[in-house]
Design a protein around this ligand. Structure first.
Ligand code: A2P
Length: 294
């Protein structure tokens, strides 16, 4: 199957396959990265209240001159805002300086206090119910809702009571963290997967991996292109390579069609080189139901 250029969400909305990631993109860099990406063909930008860069992302959006309705913008509800869903949405709209958000994700199923501790007296399921309420009451402000960092165990709990099936589950996905169980579950429920840290984040060993480099040489592209293309070659997947470097932003938009054998070879990397760039334990809520985090 040729690689996708976009996927359709369960709302009917179109989400471009490759989006610019902005996790760890610092103030002073991210406005330019967003503007440059949009001026060079990107139409999907991912940010989060927790990245503390929504204001600059919004400035980059404006500076690009690309009309708002041609860009898919995702942001995320921060863990300490789980008790304050409507206010958090307004804050993100205001920082991004936009009349609507295309997709709003619960960043982690992990309510936290403002001083960075697990808020054990609060249930993330109530957060989801509040997100459903704002989405159903204000679809013009909030076009779709979804989740991030949800394991199968947590998705099962959510879907038992959900009035709105999440449009997306954004999780760490790369050859050293393929999460086949979550992927298969989401695909069976029509939930689009979005791969964050597709390169393995900063200083990733995946860029030096022999199998990745061999496939990159075959297609005459950089290792990063193979790691990004892996997701574009799977049904119902979008992918968020992060960069603040012009030439990499340009390069990362290049997608190649991979063979099934190449995809299998990339999946084998996890057997000997498993890692997560972002372990869920930082939230104070343990492994969040992920089998490799127990
Ligand atoms: P930078 O932002 O300085 O360009 P991920 O997308 O997995 O989170 O990885 C992001 C990391 O990979 C960042 O350190 C980013 O650096 C770097 N990066 C992004 N694109 C490429 C590329 N094409 N080749 C090598 N490193 C890259």
């Amino acid at each position: 199957m040729p690689a996708s250029t976009s996927v359709t969400l369960n709302t009917g909305a179109i989400m471009p396959t490759v989006g610019l990631g902005t996790w760890k993109s610092k103030p002073g860099q991210v406005e330019h990265a967003v503007e440059f990406a949009l001026k060079n063909g990107y139409r999907h930008i991912d940010t989060a209240a927790g990245y503390a860069n929504e204001t600059e992302v919004g400035q980059g959006l404006k500076a690009s001159g690309v009309p708002r309705d041609q860009v898919f913008v995702t942001t995320k509800l921060d863990n300490p805002d789980q008790r304050h869903v409507p206010e958090a949405l307004e804050a993100s709209l205001s920082k991004l300086d936009t009349p609507y958000i295309d997709l709003w994700l619960m960043h982690w199923p992990a309510p936290m206090t403002r001083d960075g501790k697990a808020d054990k007296d609060y249930d993330w399921l109530d957060t989801w119910k509040a997100m459903e309420d704002v989405h159903l009451a204000h679809p013009e402000k909030l076009k779709a809702i979804g989740v991030s960092n949800f394991s199968v165990e947590y998705l099962e709990r959510l879907l038992k009571v959900a009035r709105v099936v999440p449009a997306v589950n954004q999780i760490e996905l790369h050859p050293s963290c393929p999460q086949h169980d979550v992927v298969a579950y989401c695909q069976s429920k029509g939930i689009v997967l979005t791969a964050y840290s597709p390169l393995g984040s900063d200083n990733s060993p995946l860029l030096k991996n022999t199998a990745v480099n061999k496939i990159a040489e075959k297609y005459g592209v950089q290792p990063a292109n193979i790691l990004i293309s892996l997701h574009a070659n799977k049904p119902g997947h979008t992918v968020l390579p992060k960069s603040v470097t012009n030439e990499r932003i340009l390069n990362n938009a290049k997608i190649v069609d991979l063979t099934d054998a190449e995809i299998d070879e990339l999946h084998k990397i996890d057997e000997t080189h498993h890692f997560r760039a972002c372990h869920p334990a930082w939230t104070g809520w343990g492994g969040l139901g992920f089998p490799d985090c127990k």
